[in-house]
Design a protein around this ligand. Structure first.
Ligand code: PMP
Length: 374
């Protein structure tokens, strides 16, 4: 078996011990004579996995008792619509900070959902410049740039723009905006790699397929008071109180996905938790940005230094032909998933939790060599 160095943006690399555990438990889970996938979601074998995944999330993230931890399906994309459906009242509105492609999508879905239910959505700040194909996002706003309405239901922020490589709170000068209303954060590509104070947020959500598991599971951490305020005139399946009141077992959850989340979180805890993970991830990012900055005539990171993502490192080479050659030669050396998103081009290196420091080291050395040869 030869496994590659996987820099995919999501679905992304999973920790080998979590996969090996799944392999070992695949045919006979907990001496039950069947795999975890074949168990009823109401049986005690699956329930133990479900409870452990929630307990691990609570302890790793330090989730306070007045917050729910929920598993939802439909991807983070479903939450783009589901959050305004729950929280924007008739005649009410919500505010959005736009820092890249994913916050643009969140805004657009919120507009449609709120309009359908008699509410509205406003842009509290956008850092985009240019139009159409030329549109670019290269930074997070300073707190003073965000004009949040104190009457809004919430302020929505995308903490890490997976495509544009722009991340909040990497430097102290670019904190999450201090909103007068609950802060709602899409943490899909920014989840569980560093400690955050959950109390700063009304709701945070993340698709699992970057840092904590396979696709098909979304984690929502939400203040109980916000869940209670949610609208009751929308279908039950979209109300956040439905998973909250049913321990995320109202209908059949993605049991194998949640089982894999359990395996990944258990690995993360064994490694030393978020403190250790943050140290490793900062070191990986330093190595990559170091290779870029040491070769300014060859590599160019479009993102302003204060907003450079530690999870998705994006950069350009002198010409598209060089980028194609870079991706091809890297692949020949066992490094895959380096092509930038089709909407922006260039190179993107995703360095989530399961990406090993030695892979990053190998890639950075390859970059330095590549630049030297030209
Ligand atoms: N938000 C962000 C920041 C993302 O990176 C993604 C997926 N790449 C999404 C939302 C959408 O996630 P999903 O495909 O799970 O709907």
């Amino acid at each position: 078996m030869s496994r590659v160095m996987n820099f995919n943006a999501g679905p992304a690399a999973l920790p080998l011990p979590a996969l090996e555990r799944a392999r070992d438990e695949m045919l006979d889970f907990a001496k039950s004579g069947m795999s975890v996938m074949e168990h009823s979601h109401r049986g005690k074998e699956y329930e133990a996995v479900h409870d452990e995944a929630i307990a691990l999330l609570r302890s790793l993230l330090g989730v306070p008792d007045d917050y729910e931890v929920l598993f939802v399906q439909g991807g983070a994309s479903q939450l783009f619509a589901q959050i305004p459906m729950n929280l924007v009242q008739k005649g009410g509105s919500a505010d959005y900070v736009v820092t890249g492609a994913w916050s643009e999508k969140a805004l657009s879905e919120a507009k449609a959902a709120a309009a359908m239910l008699g509410g509205g959505v406003k842009v509290a700040c956008s850092t985009g410049t240019g139009d159409g194909k030329e549109k670019s996002y290269v930074r997070c706003p300073l707190p003073a740039e965000v004009k949040a309405d104190p009457q809004a239901a919430y302020l929505h922020v995308t903490s890490n723009e997976t495509i544009h490589g722009v991340q909040f709170e990497v430097e102290p000068s670019r904190p999450f905006p201090a909103a007068p209303v609950p802060l709602v954060v899409d943490m899909s590509s920014d989840f569980l790699w560093r400690k955050v104070d959950v109390r700063r947020f009304g709701l945070l959500y993340a698709g699992a397929q970057k840092n904590i598991g396979p696709s098909g599971v979304v984690v929502v951490v939400v203040q109980k008071a916000l869940v209670e305020k949610g609208r009751k005139d929308i279908p039950k399946i979209f109300q956040l109180r439905t998973p909250a009141e049913n321990k995320s077992l109202y209908n059949t959850p993605p049991t194998f996905g949640i089982y894999m989340v359990r395996n990944v979180l258990s690995w993360l805890q064994g490694l030393g938790g978020l403190g250790k993970m943050e140290e490793m991830n900062r070191q990986k990012a330093r190595r990559l940005y170091g290779a870029i900055d040491k070769n300014p005539g060859y590599f160019r990171c479009p993102v302003e230094k204060e907003s450079r993502s530690l999870m998705n490192v994006v950069f350009r080479l002198p010409a598209e032909a060089d980028e194609e050659r870079f991706v091809k030669e890297a692949k020949a050396k066992g490094m895959v998933g380096l092509k930038g998103h089709r909407s922006v081009g260039g190179i993107r290196v995703s360095t989530y939790n399961a990406v090993l420091p030695e892979w990053v080291d190998a890639l950075a050395s390859f970059m330095e060599d590549f630049a030297r040869k030209g």
